[in-house]
Design a protein around this ligand. Structure first.
Ligand code: 4NP
Length: 148
């Protein structure tokens, strides 16, 4: 089965947005692709996505409020066909853990740039920018990798 795991640091801001956008594509197009997200860090395990990510997703008709943060496991590295890092720090951490099939989300439409961490940004504006980047790249990824 096709599968993709989106990975950021806390799994409360960026990768839940990527998961929500990807799940929306899977649902609308009735695809057989497993989608998940997680964080490299453990600070937010068990928490729902941050308020601003829930809000920006909702503005685009996507509900991510029920997602729950978890940390990456060794099993994830074997299980997922694609492991997609949101920034280069995540990418390097995953590489060090031995991830193969490793990609960077920004390579799917944003010249490989990092999706910046909006957690410490001032206010909501950063989340709108991050949503736009993730939306473009996740759609391109599905088109390129899954032919959809
Ligand atoms: P995320 O954002 O990696 O996009 O989920 C972060 C959220 C929290 C922290 C770091 C990044 N933190 O260090 O608490």
């Amino acid at each position: 089965m096709k599968s993709v795991l989106f990975v950021c640091l806390g799994n409360i801001c960026r990768s839940p947005l990527a998961e929500g956008i990807a799940r929306d594509i899977v649902q609308r197009k009735k695809l057989d692709v497993e989608v998940d997200s997680c964080g490299t860090g453990d600070w937010h395990i068990g928490e729902h996505p941050c308020e601003n990510s829930v809000k920006v997703a909702k503005m685009h008709g996507i509900d991510i409020s029920m997602l729950v943060s978890r940390q990456i496991t060794r099993n994830d590295l074997e299980h997922f066909e694609m492991i997609v890092a949101l920034d280069s720090k995540n990418y390097d951490d995953l590489k060090r853990m031995g991830a193969k099939n490793l990609y960077k989300l920004g390579d799917f439409g944003y010249d490989g740039v990092d999706v910046p961490d909006p957690y410490f940004f001032n206010g909501f504006k950063g989340f709108e920018k991050v949503y736009e980047m993730i939306h473009v790249c996740v759609n391109n990824l599905f088109e390129i990798k899954f032919g959809l």
